[in-house]
Design a protein around this ligand. Structure first.
Ligand SMILES: *[C@@H]1O[C@H](CO)[C@@H](O)[C@H](O)[C@H]1NC(C)=O
Ligand SMILES: *[C@@H]1O[C@H](CO)[C@@H](O)[C@H](O)[C@H]1NC(C)=O
Ligand SMILES: *[C@@H]1O[C@H](CO)[C@@H](O)[C@H](O)[C@H]1NC(C)=O
Length: 223
């Protein structure tokens, strides 16, 4: 390829990727941008509305409570400190959570559409993994999985389906850091079988190669 053509294409691509309409965690345009809901108290707009910096305080950048487990769920407990909990992370592209799983407890197959996740195990033994579509055949995938112990770190790339499973005999605790102020949570089974309105039976029976009875059973389980 002609060198100048290559450089021009690169420059145009770079320009498009930096366009202001790109709804992504951008690099911040100012030192701080503490999120506020009241538009009258706001000055700059980048991500959420920002608090006038002269009214920002240390507490905007502070949260406590990751020393204890969070809201109990079906197989454990979770607590996430996203921009709604630490408004100071607005525009900074970062957030954190704590997850506790009981023995055999599972963070079921899910994705974070806006963030890569990096976990650090504090306690217990986890079997974790993520799926990468096979580039030679998109109808297949590769599983990248690992057993983790305290102090171990594992990364789940942005958007990919993953899970965390407590394979130990005690509660497991891990911290999850995200490179987004608002990573998003898509739980695959719940999204599919518990949508409102429901996905028509024909789509699900054909999509999963199951009978209407089996689909009804899955709908009931995830409702
Ligand atoms: C903004 O409003 C939402 C919903 O009312 C609330 O949960 C959140 O804590 C508020 N965030 C800030 C930074 O005030
Ligand atoms: C957790 O931290 C909070 C805030 O620092 C503190 O009030 C609470 O006593 C701590 N709880 C435990 C169980 O350590
Ligand atoms: C394990 O976690 C559950 C809640 O998820 C809690 O009720 C239980 O007390 C925990 N067990 C220990 C030993 O911390």
């Amino acid at each position: 390829m002609n060198m100048w053509w290559f450089i021009t294409t690169l420059a145009i691509t770079a320009f498009i990727c930096n366009s202001p309409a790109y709804a992504y965690d951008n690099n911040p345009l100012q030192d701080i941008c503490v999120a506020v809901n009241d538009s009258k108290a706001a000055v700059f707009v980048n991500g959420k509305i920002c608090k006038d910096p002269k009214f920002a305080t240390a507490n905007d950048f502070f949260a406590s409570g990751l020393n204890v487990s969070g809201t109990p769920g079906s197989s454990g407990a979770s607590k996430f400190l996203t921009v709604d909990k630490i408004p100071g992370v607005n525009t900074l592209g970062i957030s954190i959570g704590r997850i506790d799983l009981e023995p055999q407890g599972l963070a079921p197959l899910h994705t974070h559409p806006r963030a890569t996740e990096l976990i650090t195990v504090l306690k217990g033994t986890l079997y974790v993994g993520f799926l990468v579509p096979d580039s030679a055949n998109f109808f297949k995938s590769r599983l990248f999985s690992k057993i983790l112990y305290p102090g171990d770190v594992f990364v789940f790339p942005i958007g990919l389906i993953h899970f965390q499973f407590n394979v130990g005999h005690k509660n497991a605790t891990y911290l999850a850091a995200f490179n987004s102020q608002n990573p998003g949570f898509v739980f695959i089974p719940n999204s599919i079988f518990s949508s409102n309105p429901p996905i028509p039976d024909d789509v699900l029976t054909q999509g999963f190669q199951l009978s209407k009875t089996q689909i009804a059973e899955l709908r009931r389980k995830f409702s």
